[in-house]
Design a binder for this molecule. Structure first.
Ligand code: HEC
Length: 181
């Protein structure tokens, strides 16, 4: 028993010495091991699920909501998540972890899956994700603005550059570049 404690303490001490020596490379260019990647994904998805599952999802299909969601997405998200047809920005290329490209994702058909995705998207947009570049937009935006953005995110998978541009055209009159808070 005593020996076990001594070994455990020695291992802990050694860990501190190695970490304190700067051996761990914090660079964004230094990829995680596959096992670390799996751990992070598991912790992230479990954490979001525990906090998002009880959210009440409002109706997300009104034209007004989509128009608002488009404006928020266009103004705040494309630098990292890109717009349909857009090549990666320099900022997006430098990110680690990389920001997912929503327009390249498969559309979700299953109703339950889609409902959970709405909750997950809302929670992540509102609260951000620690140790990634994903900001917490809830500090500066109300829930209504965030649900509108969620509504638009559901439209992105498979959207073409033309369809995205058409959204901009349709809503040009309501001040596309005038991003109010
Ligand atoms: C500065 C870059 C940046 C900006 C701007 C940004 N994001 Fe993100 N976002 C990220 C990164 C990086 C991740 C991936 C984090 C990870 O892998 O854990 C992410 C993840 C997400 C996720 C989780 C996706 C999933 O399925 O796991 C959602 C949803 C999201 N962002 C929505 C948005 C929306 C909506 C906006 C605009 C209001 C936005 N993001 C703006 C960098 C950004």
């Amino acid at each position: 028993m005593k020996l076990l404690v001594i070994v455990a303490l020695a291992a802990l001490g050694l860990t501190f010495i190695v970490l304190g020596s700067g051996a761990y490379n914090m660079a964004a260019t230094e990829k995680h091991w596959a096992i670390t990647e799996k751990m992070i994904t598991w912790v992230r998805e479990s954490s979001i699920k525990a906090r998002a599952e009880e959210l009440e999802v409002p109706a997300l299909d009104s034209a007004d909501m989509l128009a608002k969601g488009f404006k928020h997405y266009h103004a705040m998200c494309t630098e990292c998540h890109l717009a349909p047809g857009e090549q990666p920005t320099e900022l997006a290329m430098g990110l680690y972890p990389q920001a997912p490209v929503f327009y390249k994702r498969e559309p979700v058909i299953d109703a339950d899956e889609k409902l959970y995705l709405s909750k997950k998207y809302f929670w992540v947009i509102k609260n951000g994700l620690k140790m990634t570049a994903m900001p917490a937009w809830g500090l500066t935006h109300n829930d209504e603005a965030i649900w509108a953005t969620v509504a638009f995110l559901h439209k992105l998978p498979g959207m073409t550059a033309e369809q995205y541009a058409a959204f901009g055209e349709t809503h040009r009159d309501d001040n596309l570049h005038d991003h109010h808070h």
